[in-house]
Write a protein that binds this ligand. Sequence first.
Ligand code: GFB
Length: 311
Amino acid sequence: MDYNSKIYISGHRGLVGSAIDRNLQSKGYHNILTRTHQELDLTNQQEVNKFFEEHKPEYVFLAAAKVGGILANSTYSAEFIYQNLMIEANVIHAAYKNGVKKLLFLGSSCIYPKFAPQPLREEYLLTGELEETNEAYAIAKIAGIRLCKHYNQQYGTNFISVMPTNLYGPNDNFDLQTSHVMPALIRKFHEAKITNEHQVVVWGTGKPRREFMHVDDMADACVYLMENCTADDIGEFVNIGVGKDLSIYELAQLIKDIIGYEGEIVYDSTKPDGTPQKLLDVSKLHKLGWSARLSLSEGIQQSYEWYLKSR
Ligand code: GFB
């Protein structure tokens, strides 16, 4: 990839796509191609083919996806599986047909079996049952990984797949019904602080453990891999994470302290916990030459500031 390369970022308004866009621009890449959902429906094969034939991107970041937190995943499971399968199949096939030099596909750490040993190593893929709250999304993401693998195998393409841990940061979704835990808790604690609420409700038991990475680190890892590593270097896919997790209980305490909320935290165990633990083994990523930089408390502070400005 050089600074003049034509680079298509799908999903450039989302959490990950917008961070990749910022990262590329800050490094001097200036031939970046983007389309909003209104301009290009990625679930429509004809539109995707036409776009690739007309614009011939050389590099593709496939960050577009239907995403959401635990409740959105289980409520809209048909939309999650259908839209993600269509987006991946259309973009990956069009990239192959139009001679894209390299494509990066974004998966998710929810592809791993619910009770896989921790930390999650890449080879644990498809070794057990998936977590039911996000099975539809996970199946679609596994299909995307295997699409890349088989296109590389049969057609000699250079399509790489990455599995990020739970991400957060600017352009996150702060809607309390459909968001992930991090933006939900930032919003809940902030609103409780300014309205002097006595309690904040946190879903589930607080016991599940999650690993969180700031999306600017994630974007930096993606750009690093696009610049420096081939599909042969990476193998089927590589985990992207920080290698440390904490319980939702500990996360809630941390966010509460950063925001300066003084009330009580209560747990709503009628809401699902999801997978008991999701901690990625990041030794492969480290061997490829990249490690995360931002600490969790710095990242939460930045995210909180972004939320305050964007309201
Ligand atoms: O972030 P989250 O929705 O997704 O939830 P997953 C993580 C944990 O936080 C669960 C708890 O145990 C939730 O019950 N939690 C506590 C909350 N309070 C809240 C709250 O107010 N909102 C939310 N959303 N959770 C998703 C998958 O799983 O992770 C996706 O469903 C994707 O497919 C994503 O892979 C990264 O980590 O459980």
